[in-house]
Design a protein around this ligand. Structure first.
Ligand code: ATP
Ligand code: MG
Length: 711
């Protein structure tokens, strides 16, 4: 025991050790960038399992991105071994919620096969709802124009406050209320859940269902949350319910909660994140052990003194903390100024070439960060010109490509024929010549009988001869029956997917399209579909066996009565015939993870040794030897807003300053701040210049000398 404990705390400083080896209790680690918060959180998990005997199955680690969750698992495997780590829940709030809801689908008013819809699906639904309510596409309310996108935003704002349509305390205007109410009814009917709904429904489920509450209380004994400063108020409510600090039943114990965060890195205020949650946590989870970490292990002195010097211009801090480092002084932070954005991109590419060729930097240790996605176009172009391989994060998502969306829509409709969005998407892909008039009649039946599009299509086909529609219905029926079977191995799933793609006609359709596309175009549509099949079949489906609640009964003595009733087939099916999971289960897991993969993350064909291009928002929690911030200039950082919705300008500048702070503190050794004097965009050029934040930096540790690159 002693040795393993030593292994876990080796190399940690005194304050870090204090957190890792603390008694089991609520803990708040409030600390600046690069002080080892994430490292401490991971070590704490290892300590709880190895030293305190906590079953890893009872630990929930909440990370900000799926990528962070994967990295956490990898680091833990080294300390704990594969078996323990498989059983651990390391997820984002959304993914954890989707697992909880799937485990308690019936209790949550869903089926196990519910689908998660993304923003484009939501928008399609809102548009349809507005049409059905005879609302114009563009409405003027109190002098402000609202289109379907604004409507969706309003609905999501309401949800993130925990408000249901018609709930007391809601400030939503009646015209939004109607759209929200119908939108929600349609989602519920089609067994569909949007992102915010995942969280809200989990909260409501725990609040209203004592049995689920009992189960959750047994399941999670230790909860750890990284990047807590960006938690929204709804996520905080979730944390209180899942940990049992709220709505605790008599005789039960809440989980211990460790949160780590840095208020100076709070950059999601615009999305409802509330730094105040840190204050609430101290009160509501009291007693809370508070630990501050001040030593930065990531960056050189020059980088850190610039970061400190910048952030002290913000008036609001939860705690004053000036970071110190023992790292060497090393190279100054470099300022670069170019004529226009295109020159700037060129300069950046040139510098990267020198870093790789002369300074022998590993390309994957170099990152170019920018404020807006639009900036990436010119940078990418320059990278290609200078022969620099790059991975871009946050560009067009693999899952947003047309051919992938259509293939997934087939799968969604097959596992959930109630899914109207998918029906509408693929009923005519490839073209079946099902005309507008026919679809209009199906839509009318759907409305009249309050049924799904698919059911309405069946009804229509009974009375009307439409060969192509009947074939389509038949196709979906055949596959819906097949997904209920249990696959013997992954090959069965591959065969299933291949037949969906071929029998639906998608295969031929996209093979032809690929052939028609430019010969050297990177847009190999059929190739993308093949990549999808290999992604589905190559994925790890741990959630099915190890991370669901199904096996929680095995470790929960007083949970037996629930687990028994939930797993009746486990007792009645003889061992040799026991086939637990159907093709639908596998597909469902895949579909949810695809839906939950935000655009900031997934990149197919990620190159191993390539420079990283991403927005500053995406770079949170990461570190690189070299960071180049592009567009450290007026108008971009802080970002000038043209929105008609006025919010506190000072608060906006402070959030942008925190964003600049996050960007700067990603760098370990070298930091370049680059600006142009003319900003080029699709609508022309305008004069700009260095960001006003430049004048808040530490002038003693900045220069413009680039000679070191020619060494
Ligand atoms: P951020 O605020 O950006 O999320 P963080 O506080 O989570 O940063 P980590 O990413 O955990 O910081 O750590 C930053 C770097 O410092 C990592 O490379 C980590 O391995 C290293 N580090 C942390 N603690 C120590 C230590 N005691 N000794 C040496 N290196 C350390
Ligand atoms: Mg971190």
């Amino acid at each position: 025991m002693k040795n393993s404990e030593q292994r876990i705390i080796d190399g940690l400083n005194e304050e870090q050790r204090e957190v890792v080896t603390a008694q089991r209790q609520n803990i708040l680690v409030l600390a600046g960038a690069g002080t080892g918060k994430t490292r401490v959180l991971v070590s704490r998990i290892a300590y709880l399992v190895e030293h305190c005997g906590v079953d890893s199955n009872r630990i929930l680690a909440v990370t900000f991105t799926n990528k962070a969750a994967r990295e956490m698992r990898e680091r833990l495997i080294g300390l704990l071994g594969e078996y323990s780590v498989r059983r651990l829940w390391a997820y984002t709030f959304h993914t954890a919620s989707s697992h909880i809801l799937r485990n308690f689908a019936e209790e949550a008013g869903l089926t196990r096969n519910f689908t998660i819809i993304d923003t484009s699906d939501q928008l399609a639904l809102v548009k349809r709802v507005m049409q059905d309510l005879n609302l114009p596409a563009d409405i003027c309310v109190n002098g402000i124009r609202y289109n379907s996108r604004n409507y969706l935003q309003k609905i999501m704002d309401e949800k993130s406050r925990g408000h249901r349509p018609g709930m007391e305390g809601s400030s939503i205007l009646p015209c939004f209320y109607d759209v929200y109410a119908l939108y929600q009814t349609r989602c519920d009917k089609s067994d569909q859940v949007d992102f915010e709904e995942l969280i809200l429904r989990t909260c409501e489920l725990i609040e209203s269902n004592p049995q689920v509450r009992h189960y959750i209380r047994l399941k999670f004994q230790e909860i750890l949350v990284d990047e807590f400063q960006d938690t929204s108020s709804l996520q905080y409510r979730w944390l209180k319910l899942v940990s049992g600090i709220e709505n605790l039943d008599p005789g039960k114990h809440p989980a211990n909660v460790l949160i780590v965060g840095d208020d100076d890195q709070s950059i999601y205020g615009w999305r409802g994140a509330a730094v105040e949650n840190m204050f609430y946590f101290q009160k509501e989870f009291s007693p809370v052990k508070l630990v501050k970490l001040v030593q930065n292990y990531r960056s050189t002195k020059a980088i850190l003194s610039n970061a400190n010097s910048l952030i002290k211009n913000n008036s609001k801090h939860v705690a004053e903390k000036t970071l110190i480092t023992r790292n060497p002084d090393a190279t100054m932070v470099k300022l670069m100024e170019s004529y226009d954005s295109s020159d700037e991109a060129d300069e950046i590419a040139k510098i990267i070439r020198k870093l790789i060729d002369n300074l022998k930097k590993d390309p994957s240790e170099i990152a170019v960060l920018y404020r807006t996605n639009a900036q990436s176009r010119m940078i990418e172009k320059a990278m290609v010109e200078y022969g620099v391989d790059y991975n871009i994060y946050g560009g067009a998502r693999f899952f947003d490509r047309e051919e992938i969306k259509n293939t997934l829509a087939y799968l969604r409709l097959i596992v959930n024929p109630e899914d109207n969005i998918s029906f509408n998407r693929i009923v005519n892909v490839p073209s079946r010549k099902i005309g507008k008039v026919t679809l209009g009649k199906i839509e009318a039946l759907r409305r009249e009988f309050g049924i799904s599009m698919f059911k309405a299509a069946e009804m229509y086909a009974l009375k009307n001869k439409s060969r192509s529609l009947q074939n389509f219905i038949e196709l979906i029926h055949v596959f819906s029956a097949r997904v209920a079977e249990s696959p013997k191995n992954m090959d069965d799933i591959v065969r299933f997917l291949e037949s969906v793609i071929e029998d639906s006609g998608l295969g031929t359709y996209y093979r032809e399209k690929s052939a028609m596309d430019d010969a050297d175009s990177s847009n190999d549509r059929f190739g993308n579909i093949e990549e999808l099949i290999s992604d589905i079949s190559g994925r790890d489906y741990d959630e099915l066996s190890d991370q669901g609640f199904d096996n929680a009964g095995e470790v929960l003595e007083d949970g037996k009565e629930i687990s028994k009733s939930r797993n009746t087939d486990d007792n009645s099916v003889p061992e040799n015939k026991k086939m637990k999971y159907t093709i639908a289960d596998f597909i469902q897991i895949y579909l949810s993870s695809a839906a939950l993969m935000p655009s900031s993350e997934l990149l197919k064909s990620e190159e191993d040794s390539a420079v990283n291009l991403m927005t500053i928002h995406c770079s949170k929690g990461l570190e690189f030897e070299v960071v180049i911030i592009a567009g450290f200039e007026k108008g971009l950082l802080p970002l000038e807003r043209y929105s008609s919705i006025k919010t506190d300008q000072n608060a906006h500048i402070e959030e942008e300053r925190r964003l600049a702070y996050v960007a700067i503190t990603r760098a370990k050794e070298l930091l370049f701040l680059s600006c142009a004097n003319w900003h080029s965009s699709y609508d022309g050029q305008y004069p700009t210049g260095p960001s006003p934040f430049t004048y808040e930096l530490d002038s003693c540790s900045i220069d413009t000398d680039m000679n070191f690159l020619d060494a």
